[in-house]
Ligand binder design. Structure first.
Ligand code: GLN
Length: 536
């Protein structure tokens, strides 16, 4: 087994996740079998209970695990489906150790960070690596070196390096090389200090991923090599890229993957770039559309990471670029002026009442002006509520999530959620089969009778209202296997609206974009062209 560990230094937000994912993509493109795991040094058991403002979007896997958004990047870049075991948190590690202590499995000993916690960390890493046959396991450590929280993990990785076959663990460290002064001089001191901090805990990096605005000069690389003992070929200049999918090209150019393959003594194949055309479209899109993303975490775009990615996947496959207009739903409640210049509207998932009225106003605006609309999860529920209020004239129609005593609970708690008190990991989660009704828009979009999509919700369309909705023109074209849970909604004879209870953004991949995101973009282009014709 071979491991490539990626740690971070200097500051957070340098794109460690993108670098790890890009490595995974390139190793795979060299014919190697790769998986990736993320270490998150926080005490939460998983990401599910965290506000998206803290760490960005909560990503959902097939097995229903709620994980860090970096796992989404690994899946997209490596083209694989991961499980909850690929996200190790301090919470999971401590919970396990304390439960073992209570069962008496350490009877007689004092339970300590070293060796009990570090052993549990290594056990979890090895459990992932032995699950399948892999050439390389990538391990990304969250946080920055020097954080108290990540210390036990780095110590465990130091031990892993001593215990595994010599030369089978490689440490890569992501640092920042700022450019200062009128001459844009590249400064190596932060990198030197960061490597020093790593060495103090017994880890000598083999690779440095140096983030910088421009490419590192040879002199800068030599200077870094001299001070850090990292060989010159192990120093990769990772300059800014317009989007994450273009980072692998930078790495390939730096020869860093060949360096890793040689260092680990791996037998690899010739590099085949299956993204060539995809990247070409990303670099030179032929068309553009503007799509409003109406949400309540719009100040932090990472909260909607997988939607942004899904749109990039659409661009890579169609050549239509998407300019996202970020709109805080609170701003739409009284005036929808902000929507007057967009060609499509996306209302994504969310929780809680704040911002709901603005989202309902956006759905109403889309329906009345026939603007292409896509609703996802809460956005699906919003479209249903809007239709109930304004077409069925059920004035106070609502979700019981927001108004327990609404006279028209068109969105209601899933029956199995009745009595559920714990908030962690208790929603309807993960991959479920969705049946698609023939002769519907959904069927023409998917071209299939059934699909599997990922879920994360507690509420659903109240079955008592389904007949009323369909007689008025809102039809449910996708359901769960039993046909009792509504999964897809559309307006009869109108291709400009589709909404899903599932999160299609989570399974969108570079060469297989979310079908409904792609549909929104195609309709938006048509909408834009008609607009241009009308004003010509
Ligand atoms: N809050 C809604 C529910 O729990 C929608 C959830 C979501 O958008 N992920 O059903």
């Amino acid at each position: 087994m071979h491991y490539v560990v990626v740690t971070g230094g200097v500051i957070s937000g340098l794109g460690k996740g993108t670098i790890t994912s890009s490595l995974g993509h390139l190793l795979k493109s060299h014919g190697l079998r790769v998986t990736a795991l993320k270490i998150d040094p926080y005490l939460n058991y998983d990401a599910g209970t965290m506000n998206p403002y803290q760490h960005g979007e909560v990503f959902v896997l097939d097995d229903g695990s709620e994980v860090d958004l970096d796992l989404g990047n690994y899946e997209r870049f490596i083209g694989t489906d991961l499980t909850g075991d690929n996200n190790i948190t301090t919470g999971k590690v401590y919970k396990e150790v304390i439960e073992k202590e209570r069962r008496g499995e350490y009877l007689g000993s004092t339970v300590q960070i070293i060796p009990h916690i570090t052993n549990e960390i290594k056990r979890r890493i090895r459990a992932v690596s032995s699950k399948d046959y892999y050439d390389v396991v990538l391990i990304e450590v969250g946080g920055t070196v020097g954080d108290i929280e990540s210390m036990p993990f780095l110590e465990a990785l130091r031990q892993l390096n001593r215990e595994e076959k010599p030369g089978s663990v490689i440490f890569g460290h992501v640092t920042l090389v700022p450019e200062v002064g009128a001459m844009n001089e590249q400064k190596t001191k932060p990198t030197q200090h960061s490597v020093k901090a790593l060495r103090e805990i017994g880890i000598q990096p083999d690779i440095l991923f140096c983030r910088s605005k421009n490419e590192l000069s040879l002199e800068t690389k030599k200077r870094i090599s001299l001070f850090t003992d990292v060989p010159l070929e192990g120093i990769a200049s990772i300059s800014d890229a317009p989007n994450a999918y273009l980072v692998p090209d930078i790495m390939e150019r730096e020869g860093i993957v060949d360096f890793i393959i040689n260092r680990l003594g791996l037998k690899s194949k010739e590099y085949t770039d299956e993204w060539a055309e995809y990247k070409q479209n990303l670099r030179n899109p032929k068309e553009r559309v503007r799509i409003a993303l109406v949400g309540k975490y719009t100040e932090l775009q990472d909260a909607y990471m997988s939607h942004k990615e899904a749109f990039l996947h659409v661009t890579g496959n169609t050549g239509i670029a998407v300019d996202i207009k970020w709109i805080n739903s609170d701003d739409l409640k009284n005036s929808q002026d902000k929507l007057s210049d967009v060609h499509g509207i996306l209302v994504p998932g969310g929780f809680g009442y704040r911002g709901i009225e603005g989202k309902i106003a956006a759905a109403k605006y889309a329906r009345e002006n026939n603007v292409p609309f896509l609703g996802i999860c809460l956005g699906f529920q919003v479209a249903v509520m809007e239709f109930a209020r304004n077409v069925l004239h059920l004035g106070d129609a609502n979700s019981t999530e927001f108004d327990k005593n609404t006279p028209h609970p068109v969105i209601d708690l899933l029956p199995e959620q009745e009595g559920v008190k714990d908030m962690g990991g208790t929603m309807r989660l993960g991959s479920k089969k969705v049946l698609i009704r023939p002769n519907t828009l959904a069927h023409s979009v998917y071209g299939k009778d059934e699909i599997y999509e990922r879920h994360r919700h507690r509420y659903e369309v109240n079955p008592a209202y389904i007949d009323a909705f369909s007689s008025a023109g809102l039809i449910f074209s996708g359901t769960d296997e039993e046909g009792i849970r509504m999964e897809i909604a559309e307006y009869r004879d109108n291709e400009n609206m589709i909404a899903s209870q599932y999160h299609s953004e989570f399974k969108s991949r570079p060469l297989a974009p979310s079908r409904i995101h792609q549909h929104l973009v195609m309709r938006a282009l048509l909408f834009r062209q008609r607009l241009l014709e009308a004003t010509a």
